[in-house]
Design a protein around this ligand. Structure first.
Ligand SMILES: C[S@@+](CC[C@H](N)C(=O)[O-])C[C@H]1O[C@@H](n2cnc3c(N)ncnc32)[C@H](O)[C@@H]1O
Length: 298
């Protein structure tokens, strides 16, 4: 049991399937002695499994109070029995309750929530991390590829200094209208340079304009099949020590499933592999939101 990979369920039905398989694994485990174990099959709601003992190895007995779906253990034994938190909806609610989301971002998020494509918006915890990276870097010049209604760009613009500048690349006019409204309400319009065009064209024009190596931070969150191209262009635009953050690198978990080979999944999987092997950057893939890779230019 301790070496099973328990993947994170994405919706209530998957949650129930996941719990059923977890329960049957637990019941089958010769190492498990449980005192309290309940799961209602009538409702897809996770129930706690508490106070049970897992003999993780013959020489080591662990006693834990935890929920069955809150921990993932790598199946490759060379990683030991390292337990990694798996973000359940309950745990994610807790994470969100600890995010400091500015009122203006909350308002924008709420307005966007009923719109088509609202799932594309970064989550409040992701936006907070982006803003913190910008602050840690002391960034003044930033680029965003894929603005939508402006949630992540506004999070960045809010923490930029007065003289800071964010080049915001977006092709959709309607989305930009909402973004502009919020930049104005937040008093950051002067910091945002909106480029209504295909992002790759905008990035090329910045390079042609002599702005190579002059940006501190970039966030990529647009067309997935273009990630390689965006990355190459941004590597030219970002200074040494600058950071490029790429969103959706886990692609709803599909990148890890060899059975899934649709063009977008394959493209992101290839991108992840090439970035990991790219010695022009240091990298860290972070399981936040749909997965973000943080790359620092060397
Ligand atoms: C995932 S959404 C961005 C979400 C945004 N970062 C946020 O947190 O609210 C992707 C956006 O990229 C835009 N987009 C897609 N392909 C593009 C391209 N080639 N050039 C410019 N914008 C593009 C889409 O119109 C969409 O609004």
């Amino acid at each position: 049991m301790a070496n099973q990979i328990l993947s994170r369920p994405a919706n209530p039905i998957q949650t129930l399937t996941f719990l059923n398989s977890t329960c049957s694994l637990l019941k089958k485990s010769p190492f498990l002695k449980h005192k309290k174990f309940s799961l209602s099959s009538a409702t897809p709601i996770r129930k706690s499994i508490t106070d049970f003992q897992i003999r993780a190895s013959q020489s080591h007995t662990l006693t834990r109070n935890y929920c069955a779906d809150s921990v993932v253990v790598q199946e490759d034994k060379s990683y030991g029995n390292k337990q990694i938190i798996s973000v359940t909806s309950q745990l994610y609610g807790y994470i969100l309750s600890n995010v400091r989301e500015p009122e203006i971002l909350k308002k924008l998020r709420e307005e966007t929530s009923s719109m088509r494509g609202s799932q594309m918006q970064v989550s409040p915890d992701q936006a907070q991390l982006l803003a913190m990276l910008v602050q840690i870097l002391g960034a003044k010049r930033c680029i965003e590829v894929g603005v939508y209604t402006g949630y992540s760009s506004l999070a960045v613009a809010l923490v930029l200094p007065k003289s800071g500048r964010l080049v915001a690349c977006e092709r959709d006019t309607n989305c930009l209208e909402i973004a502009k409204k919020y930049y104005q309400q937040a008093g950051v319009t002067h910091k945002v340079d909106i480029r209504h065009a295909l992002a790759a064209d905008t990035l090329k024009s910045l390079i042609e304009n002599g702005e190579a190596c002059s940006y501190d931070f970039a966030f990529v969150d647009a067309e997935k099949k273009m990630y390689h191209e965006y990355f190459e262009l941004l590597l030219q635009l970002v200074r040494v020590g600058g950071v490029i953050v790429v969103d959706n690198v886990l692609w709803h978990g599909k990148v890890a499933d060899p059975q899934i080979n649709d063009p977008r999944t394959v493209s992101i999987r290839d991108f992840n592999k090439s970035v990991t092997e790219d010695n022009r950057v240091s990298v860290s893939m972070v399981p936040i939101g749909d997965g973000m890779t943080i790359c620092r230019k060397l």
